[in-house]
Design a protein around this ligand. Structure first.
Ligand code: NOJ
Length: 756
């Protein structure tokens, strides 16, 4: 009887949900969800406690090194057959995912497995790191690169990516700054939404879309000292104002999975943080998806010192609203706690329900093998079209920081070019961290890109000079200096490629210094002494503080880590086939000692007077200037833009009015160029202190030489809103300053009043 019921339910599940998956209107969605929840309830009725806990259990495929390729550890087979695995991470490739899913189809209830992978900036077609890509300020592009990552990953059997990372990052020592969209919250909300839409597409049930995951909930980027995994101790205001909005934006864009962060906030580790996962996420924001822990993070609560007992930690996590245990192997052991009533069945069922809901949404109950198609995998992964788009994104991620006397762009027929630095010839480092299945052999190096670009008669000489490495013995050697100096002396121009290797940023790669690592600065000094014109091409994960001789170099190009097409994109910019348009989404400090330094800081009671910057009793350093090396929003072009006639259509507005801000931008140079026009607002007087300015809008324009355009921005109540002393959104009458400009410091200003 029981067996017949199971079979009946299973066939009902397998064949009857499909009709509703493509539902479009909200009413159809609600009806669709209702059907899904009914089916889930039927399933829950026949699941054992062990099977329920199995759905909350996420295990590693067995891969520890992606270079060895996709793999399924043999010990997983019996667990899967027994229904003890709800999800596998680090699994990909049609053949391997098919095998795992086949085992699941041999389990009692045949519940499909959810396959997850860190598809952070591309699958095999590696795109620029997320921080790099954010420098394009082009949300359509961010969406497109996530879309392509989803197309490739889904073709290789992957259902779910652990991305986007929507953590606001204001400390460049933190290696994971490379994984986000920089330091600004508003910008972060747009990037979060674009990336979620890109991964999930219009319809999660299509076989070319994947589930996105907003991570790491919450405030992971606020780690003390920029040291990964470290304690976060921030005010409620900072949590709500700075760190939470990108998560909310991800929900509004439809994200259906969240990942809890490793850190504690003000005494509460995120994996057991009920306030975050239940009160804010579910009760306040109405989130319908599930929350996965980070790797082993439930178990790590032992180290945080909340309890040393696994069962207690599992109970705390589940009751707090965590639904899936990534590799702590604690949830799977909670059957006794459920039986003894320490965990209420409703709590367990709710967590299972949230997980199964996603499996239905992905269409896995319709066809568990729908993502397993060898032809699609072959045709789509690293396709020429995808590489082409990766190059386009890479070009737009490059930021021109300095270009004295228009040294750039270089001429293709320059007779002799010296290319110096190990990073010029480093395939692996072009990919950046979290390349996961990306392969070094797919990457175009900077040297390759330059060689392919120059005229046949141009002589390109490469000298390593020094090796960028985390191994001090290698990094401190100056053995290659002479050859590099010689190459520089014999050239007409020197392209010095310097920065960080891929393994100097990303997870667990915090640095205490932002300087060029190793002996690169000494080498640069020697190159400057040759008197040759030098272009410094920075290749790095996080912002680099240039100092000493590096400040004398006439041209500096920030190229981050740009993925498989890095070399081609950089050569296109160096030789003028693409006019750089990127702008920084993160402040570049003069030195790590300036941290925290971000553009939207609060104003102190003793701010520095711009006219008298060394005035004694002011909030400043006595040994270095207090302003950054490059401010947020900064970036140059091979052309120039004039900003004129900032106008407001009225001097005062009421709460429900719209105020029009317009500005004239003219391309005053000799090339076509793109400009990112930025609008900031300061609330001049408020009942709680407000940042000196906050980005509220921006526009990217293309202008031909001599062309002028008027850009209009509309200011509404939302742009003037802030959190009151009791953290509720309000607007207050009074004066506001509007600033429009080419970056966060070079702006034109006007003011208006909000009247009751
Ligand atoms: C730990 C990282 O913090 C997280 O971002 C990642 O998704 C998981 N490991 C899985 O690889």
């Amino acid at each position: 009887m029981k067996k017949t019921l199971v079979l009946f339910l299973m066939s009902a599940l397998l064949f009857s949900v499909g009709f509703a998956q493509n539902a479009k209107t909200p009413a159809e969605q609600i009806a669709n969800d209702k059907v899904i929840y009914q089916k889930i309830d039927s399933l829950l009725r026949i699941m054992t406690i062990e099977e329920k806990l199995g759905q909350l259990n996420q295990v590693n495929s067995g891969i520890s090194d992606h270079k060895k390729g996709a793999y399924l550890s043999p010990d997983l087979e019996p667990m899967i057959r027994e229904g003890k695995v709800g999800s596998i991470l680090n699994i990909y490739g049609v053949d391997v995912t098919r095998k795992a899913q086949e085992y699941a189809m041999q389990s009692r209830l045949k519940i499909p497995i959810l396959f997850g992978l860190d598809v952070i900036h591309g699958y095999r077609t590696t795109f620029p790191t997320p921080l790099a890509e954010s420098s394009s300020w082009d949300m359509a592009l961010l969406e497109e690169s996530a879309r392509i990552a989803a197309i490739e990953a889904s073709a290789a059997g992957v259902h779910w990516t652990f991305a986007p990372m929507v953590d606001v990052a204001r400390d460049p020592r933190w290696g994971r700054i490379i994984e986000g969209a920089g330091e600004d919250t508003y910008f972060g909300t747009l990037a979060a939404a674009a990336r979620v839409k890109g991964f999930q597409g219009e319809d999660l049930s299509l076989n070319n879309t994947i589930l996105a995951c907003a991570k790491h909930f919450a405030a992971y980027g606020g780690a003390e000292g920029g040291r990964d995994y470290n304690t976060v101790d921030i005010s409620e205001r900072t949590l709500h104002e700075t760190y939470l909005p990108p998560f909310k934006a991800a929900i509004d864009a439809g994200v259906l999975s969240f990942m809890a962060s490793f850190n504690e906030i003000a005494g509460m580790p995120s994996s057991v943080n009920r306030k975050l996962m239940t009160e804010i996420l579910r009760e306040k924001w109405g989130y319908k998806g599930f929350v996965v822990s980070d790797w082993g993070s439930i178990g790590e609560v032992r180290n945080h010192g909340i309890s040393k007992n696994d069962e207690t930690l599992g109970i705390l996590a589940l009751n707090a609203g965590l639904d899936m245990d990534m590799e702590s192997k604690i949830f799977i052991k909670l059957a006794g706690a459920v039986r003894s009533g320490k965990i209420k069945m409703e709590v367990l069922d709710e967590a299972v329900r949230r997980n199964l809901y996603i499996k239905f949404k992905l269409g896995l109950f319709d066809d568990p093998f729908r993502y397993c198609n060898n032809e699609r995998e072959k045709a789509l992964v690293l396709s020429p079209k995808h590489r082409e788009i990766a190059r386009k994104v890479a070009e737009r991620s490059i930021v021109l920081l300095k270009n004295e006397n228009n040294l750039l762009p270089l001429k293709r027929d320059t007779k002799r070019i010296a290319v110096i630095g190990s990073l010029a010839n480093a395939k692996r480092d072009m990919l950046g961290e979290w390349e996961v299945v990306g392969r070094p052999e797919d990457a175009i190096t900077i040297l390759d890109g330059i060689r392919a670009k120059v005229d046949s008669k141009t002589k390109v000489v490469y000298a390593e000079g020094c090796t960028v490495s985390r191994d001090e013995k290698v990094a401190l050697s100056d053995k290659g200096f002479n050859a590099a100096i010689q190459a520089a002396k014999n050239s007409d121009v020197v392209i010095a490629v310097m920065g960080e290797t891929a393994d100097m940023s990303g997870e667990a790669h915090s640095r205490s210094s932002l300087d060029l690592p190793g002996v690169q600065l000494e080498l640069l000094k020697k190159l400057v002494e040759t008197g040759k014109p030098i272009v410094l091409v920075l290749s790095n994960g996080r912002p680099i503080s240039l100092n000493g001789e590096a400040l004398k170099v006439p041209a500096v190009l920030e190229t981050w880590q740009l993925g498989v097409e890095a070399g081609n994109a950089i050569a296109n910019v160096l030789f003028g086939d693409y006019n750089p348009s990127g702008k920084l989404t993160v402040t570049v400090p003069r030195s790590a000692g300036q941290i925290p330094i971000f553009y939207n800081h609060k104003i102190s009671g003793r701010p520095i007077e711009p006219k008298n910057p060394t005035d004694r009793y002011k909030s400043r350093y006595i040994d270095i200037p207090s302003d950054p090396l490059y401010p947020f929003g900064y970036g140059l072009s091979y052309t120039t833009f004039a900003y004129r006639n900032l106008k407001l259509d009225k001097k005062s507005m009421k709460e429900n009015d719209t105020l029009k801000v317009s500005i004239e931008i003219e391309n005053t140079g000799k090339r076509n160029g793109e400009e990112i026009v930025q609008l900031y607002i300061n609330d001049f007087e408020a009942s709680v202190t407000r940042p000196v300015k906050e980005l509220k809008s921006f526009r990217k324009l293309t202008l031909s030489p001599g062309e002028k355009k008027i850009v209009d921005f509309m200011i509404t109540r939302k742009d003037l809103e802030f959190l009151s002393a009791s953290l509720t959104p309000i607007v207050e009458s009074g004066k506001f300053t509007v600033m429009v400009g080419r970056n966060s410091t070079d702006v034109l200003e006007e003011s208006f009043e909000l009247v009751p």
